[in-house]
Design a protein around this ligand. Structure first.
Ligand SMILES: Cc1ncc(COP(=O)(O)O)c(C=O)c1O
Length: 438
């Protein structure tokens, strides 16, 4: 029997809240699960039931929930100031965080611009790249090179460089045109060959090549071959085009190095991160860049080269304090090394799925996993069957929260998840897939 409080919250949710990426028709006909609290790696609903947070609350949680060190850092910051603007003023936590991020970033990155969401940070990166060329007098460079299947967030610039038909087609009339190359998941050689062809003919029109390094997350954890990113960097250098690495999903340790581009010794011109930066506590994202990009905006005020961009809560003190505490803990606990250990444990645990004829492929980099379910061979399930959705409902019955991308079951546990909990996540996932696909 559901409690009166749960029923009343559910009714109010259905009356007033519009949920993101949710067909509200379905939502309104279901009983919503309402999270009320958390404890370590578990979320707790309004009935007191516990669920393992198997997708890190949308890919953000690092050390779990209610981490004493991060809670204390936010409380201490509250006793100083919750927010002051970075427009015309410095703020102590944002200064410390910027310095820390530059130390962690690949060589050549020297400047940090803060915002509150990955999409906003991508917009900042696109505008920085565009402005860089314009201010240097290269006014023909007005568009971008991007990957098919890319996802960079939901604002219109990010959607323009995004390449996911299902999400983006409806808004096509609002978007700017970009040059597009095949996903390296399909073929890294074809992707590179097409990129080179486009660059040979159109480099003079292209500000930057923007991509998610190593893994195209929202497209279903589509992995690139090792070496692809390095070759992209070489192409960008050869044709004088900037490289923007969107590490909103892959950054902050997720793939087993602090930034994914480290794995190929690549320094991008612009590096975007967000999600796990505050350990999953508060919204903060960062667009980092080189001295050369920064310098292109330096001029007398009346030359109007100022970077005219900013968000009200840019560099919010509480979010920066949470991020610093998160980075401190990651360093003290060698969290990134722990990701590599957990990567191997999870891969091993998921091996039994290889015998399931409906598992087309398991794609993994670090603690970023996509289990691609298909009807048979390469044939997709009928969308109406909602196989991915049914699998996550089975997992929920077994006390685990996961969220699919269509019929790709995503596992994105908090980076510091205890090994036994990671094993439980894998076991429940296998049982849930078997229950639906049998
Ligand atoms: C690679 C990538 N870029 C950008 C974003 C957008 O981030 P946000 O949802 O914080 O706007 C996401 C979100 O999943 C992402 O995966």
């Amino acid at each position: 029997m559901t409690s009166k409080r749960t029923r009343s919250l559910a009714a109010a949710d259905q009356a007033f809240v519009w949920h993101p990426f949710t067909q509200m028709n379905d939502w309104l006909s279901d009983d919503p699960l309402i999270i009320d609290a958390a404890d370590g790696f578990d979320l707790i609903d309004t009935e007191g039931r516990r669920y393992l947070d198997g997708v890190s609350s949308l890919w953000v949680s690092v050390h779990g929930h209610r981490v004493p060190e991060i809670d204390d850092a936010i409380r201490a910051q509250l006793d100083r100031v919750a927010h002051s603007t970075l427009l015309g003023l410095g703020g102590a936590p944002s200064i410390e965080l910027a310095e820390r991020l530059v130390a962690l970033a690949p060589p050549g990155i020297t400047k940090v611009f803060f915002s509150e969401a990955g999409a906003a940070a991508v917009e900042v990166g696109l505008k920085m790249a565009f402005g860089y060329w314009q201010h240097r007098g290269v006014t023909t460079k007005r568009t971008f090179l991007a990957l098919e299947e890319a996802y960079h967030g939901d604002t219109l610039g990010a959607v323009s460089v995004g390449g996911m038909q299902m999400f983006h087609d409806a808004y096509r009339p609002l978007l700017f045109d970009v040059f597009r190359v095949p996903s390296p998941y399909v073929s890294d050689e074809a992707s590179l060959a097409r990129a080179e062809e486009i660059l040979r003919d159109h480099a003079a029109e292209i500000c930057a090549f923007v991509l998610e390094p190593l893994v195209q997350g929202a497209a279903g954890m589509l992995t690139a071959q090792p070496g692809y990113l390095r070759k992209v960097r070489e192409l960008c250098d050869r044709y004088d085009v900037l490289l923007i690495c969107d590490e909103v999903a892959t950054g902050i340790g997720r793939t087993g190095t602090f930034f994914a581009c480290e794995q190929e010794d690549v320094s991008p011109d612009i590096l975007v991160c967000g999600k796990g930066l505050s350990g999953g506590y508060l919204p903060i994202a960062a667009t980092m860049t080189t001295q050369a990009v920064f310098d292109a905006f330096l001029a007398p005020y009346d030359a109007f080269k100022t970077f005219f961009h900013g968000h009200t809560y840019t560099g919010n003190a509480l979010a920066c304090a949470a991020a610093i505490a998160n980075l401190d803990l990651m360093a003290a606990r060698s969290t990134v090394d722990g990701v590599r250990e957990r990567e191997a444990v999870l891969a091993k645990m998921l091996e039994p799925l290889e015998g399931n004829p409906h598992v087309y492929e398991i794609r993994q980099r670090g603690l970023m996993v996509g289990i691609d379910l298909r009807a048979s061979g390469e044939t997709f399930y009928d969308t109406a069957e909602r196989v991915g959705h049914r699998v996550i409902l089975e997992a929920r019955k077994r006390g685990v929260i996961i969220r699919p991308l269509s019929d790709v079951i995503v596992l994105m546990p908090p980076l510091a998840i205890p090994i036994d909990e990671l094993q439980r996540l894998a076991r429940v996932t296998i049982e849930s897939i078997d229950a639906v696909t049998a």
